[in-house]
Design a protein around this ligand. Structure first.
Ligand SMILES: Cc1ncc(COP(=O)(O)O)c(C=O)c1O
Length: 367
């Protein structure tokens, strides 16, 4: 019975947590470390497949239909990663020499290898991200170029929800709507990097379509909090998705029997969205514990979803040493600057893991 083998293998490996003979690792570096659930492995095993470049993979089609419906858009397209999703969207909205307005702490600007300029000849125009992940409306307005031969043409505004580098903040629907109205008035489009859009929806207690209804395109990831092994989806109008399909092909992202990936994605959408609330609870609990540890500092009011950032408030330690000492105790977090660290909760991280992490942090800080 394949199902039984799958269960057994899973229980020895764990969900995002690797067990070795003596020490359990609590990996809080990112929600991308999650491993597929037993139900996903089963769905992958049973997936009906075809050649998706010929439009013949029934499982990929089903996932794309589900994703479009969940996001309230006409159509959707499966791509390999969040990075490819954002790049395909920018390429599908803009031509060479055109300009994109985006936050200076956005994932697309900081961590996607400059793809829009490297591949598309598209010019990023960064504006300061506020601590809550927004860009000021007046800054956006001032950044939109007039019609002048000296300037690149502004074409697109990119938002990020939830905002990774801004404490996992959820953008409100009102903010997104205001930006979209400005964009429409000025003949621009809006793309939403919604890698963790379901975390935003769960945190705000809203249907996800409320967060996506005003944007022209949205991308979201299956392989973060939703725990699928691979994949992101792009959603938008049918016309936009047809263009995106062409650009995915340009990037070599046409995948043949991608129902293998899509099968896990379907399970993720069906089973893994509502449980994100548990990750948010664990993150809050961790943050509140960190706030009580002398020598550590955290902006509790910013903790909204599954991502927390905290800093060393002076003292002897630097973040690198603290991260290494935690790693010696089987706990992994991410150093993001000499004094700043990130921890992300996800499927497989339990309330008990949070207690163990707080105990280890307390011990390291008092040494
Ligand atoms: C907000 C955001 N957008 C996009 C990405 C890129 O996703 P991927 O790692 O699948 O390329 C990430 C990855 O962490 C992210 O946090």
């Amino acid at each position: 019975m394949p199902g039984v083998e799958i269960e057994n293998r899973h229980s020895t490996i764990g969900n995002g947590i690797w067990y070795c003979s003596e020490m359990k690792t609590i990996d809080l570096r990112s929600d991308t470390v999650t491993l597929p659930t037993p139900a996903m492995r089963e769905a992958i095993y049973r997936a009906e497949l075809g050649d998706d470049v010929f439009g013949e993979d029934p499982t990929a089609k089903r996932l794309e239909e589900m994703a479009a419906e969940r996001m309230g858009k006409e159509a959707a397209l499966l791509v390999v990663s969040g990075t490819m999703a954002n790049l395909v969207c920018v390429l599908s909205h803009c031509r060479r020499g055109e300009e994109v307005i985006l936050g200076d702490r956005s994932h697309t600007f900081l961590y996607e290898a400059g793809g829009m300029s490297a591949v598309g000849g598209i010019h990023p125009h960064t504006l300061a991200n506020q601590p809550d992940g927004t860009m000021r409306l007046e800054d956006i307005e001032a950044a939109i170029r007039g019609d002048n031969v000296h300037f690149p043409r502004t074409r697109l505004i990119c938002l990020e929800n939830t905002h990774n580098r801004c404490d996992g903040s959820a953008l409100t629907p009102e903010y997104t709507q205001t930006v979209a109205e400005l964009a429409r008035e000025r003949g621009l489009r809006v793309h939403l990097d919604g890698a963790r859009i379901f975390n935003g929806a769960v945190a705000l207690g809203l249907d996800v379509t409320v967060l996506t209804r005003d944007v022209d395109s949205v991308s979201f990831c299956l392989s973060k909090g939703l725990s699928a092994p691979v994949g992101s989806l792009i959603c938008g109008s049918s016309e936009f998705i047809a263009e995106a399909r062409r650009n995915r092909k340009v990037l070599g992202g046409g995948m043949r029997q991608c129902g293998i990936i899509a099968a896990a994605g379907i399970t993720a959408l069906e089973q893994m969205v509502d449980r994100l609330a548990e990750d948010h609870e664990n993150a809050r609990h961790l943050a509140e514990g960190i706030a009580r540890i002398p020598g550590l500092s955290i902006a509790l009011e910013r903790v909204q979803t599954n991502i927390i950032y905290f800093t060393l408030a002076g003292g002897r330690l630097n973040a690198g040493t603290l991260v290494a000492k935690l790693a010696d105790r089987g706990i992994k977090i991410l150093q993001v600057s000499p004094a700043r660290m990130r921890a992300v909760t996800h499927y497989g991280i339990t309330a008990e893991d949070i207690e163990l992490t707080l105990a280890a942090l307390t011990q390291v800080m008092s040494e």
